[in-house]
Design a protein around this ligand. Sequence first.
Ligand code: COA
Length: 471
Amino acid sequence: MNGGVDIKVSPIKKFEPVFYPDSVTLVGASRDPRKFGYLCLKSLIDSKFPGMIYPINPGSSEILGLKSYPSVKSVPGTVDLAIIVVPANLVPAVLRECGRKGVKGAVIITAGFKEAEGSLGTELQDEARDIAEEANIKIIGPNTFGMYIPHANLNASFTPLLSTIKKGDISFLSQSGGMCHTLSYLAMDDGIGLAKVLSLGNRCNVDFADLLEYLGEDPQTRAIAMYIEGIDNPRRLVAMAKEVTKKKPVVAYKTGKSRAANQAAFSHTGSLAGNYELYSAALRQAGVLMVKDSLELLDTAKALAFCPLAKGDRIAVCSPVAGPGIVSADLGQENGLTIAEFSLPTQEKIETILPPVTFRMNPLDMAFARNSGMWKEILKAIINDPGVDAMLLIFVKQEFFDPIIDEVVELAIDLLKTYHKPIVMGLLSPSKIFVQEKNRLQRNRIPVYQTPERAVKALAALISYSKTLGF
Ligand code: COA
């Protein structure tokens, strides 16, 4: 598998037992709530993993209500996946035992491998890789927080809280466990689900390119978000990205601009971040959308996962408050969007509905659209305009507009279903207000953002991807 794309076995088949195992063993399970071996077992239980769970601990017979075994060898049934949380020097022996047991995948949470100072860690990692290659075991890690697969009810990490993330269609691939937490918490707060959260750690025999290839084929993943520090095999990653972006959107956040970050990247997961500008440009050329922070990573992935592709770059901006409409028009243009020119019939329609004080151009000020009937007439005319490819709809928390929020939500959902043009919403309100409304919109594939800037940038990314595929 190393040093080339394996074309014989499909990526889905290769990783099936790792992401959808029938049985899991946790080597290093512990009754001590302060240890990773306890937290990992709690994660498995909290996520309601439906298969067999076999905790391994030489000194216990029962942990967290589950029968525990002294070794992997002594487990009565077959084992697909092993989660390993014993100290680094014990890992090779555990892996050998896993190989003999027929284990297909291992999540090695243990640190102290290639990222550690001195040569011992690198030697241990090489040894682990050789054993795994021999036994045909796919390793996630070592030095990883683990992974979470909501669709498989499999939280193979040391953070039980992640078990509450809903099932969704954005997958997140990251070197860093900390960034997996960051993205997962943002998603939880936003009320959206995820498909797979995969932390690669030191990338022993499974690299970015392998998982990118897998996610490209994964039917549960509609958009792929990546956080990248170091890249061991940049050519292979870029080549893979070029293939995957032809069928699925990929958005990446690459770090390592400064010398300090580059050095920290090495001690974090064992590889240098490399030339930031060079790698970013190569990924961009391969069709990957590059972003500058974690919030933008999720914002972009959300628009790409939720919305239909756009057929052009002409957007309509409709807002009951002028300022955010103007901000969106400016930023839209700056990000390569065209502010659509409404057709004559659309302008005439608007004229019949809004009082003459209103400027009937795009961005449209809807301040005088006082009831839902007016919103319906106007928005229908605009989205149906052949010169409009996508809509940015802004709504604001103001007591004056409160009575029509439910109808605007239904209207937006209805327009998306009828016209199949992307609709992105800027819902300008405190995050604890309009929660139900936001959830309803997002369940119905209308991404919602709290500021006009975030909304228009996400829409620009969606349109840029649509353009890559050639609208
Ligand atoms: N098989 C199964 N269990 C074994 C074992 C074996 N061969 N040998 C020891 N154990 C048990 C231990 O007895 C212990 O259980 P206990 O609490 O009942 O005694 C358990 O495995 C864990 O071993 P312990 O020596 O207590 O290690 P630890 O929990 O202090 O640390 C790690 C283990 C893996 C967590 C630690 O070495 C480590 O790597 N920490 C950093 C992890 C990290 O940061 N990863 C990256 C995150 S992004």
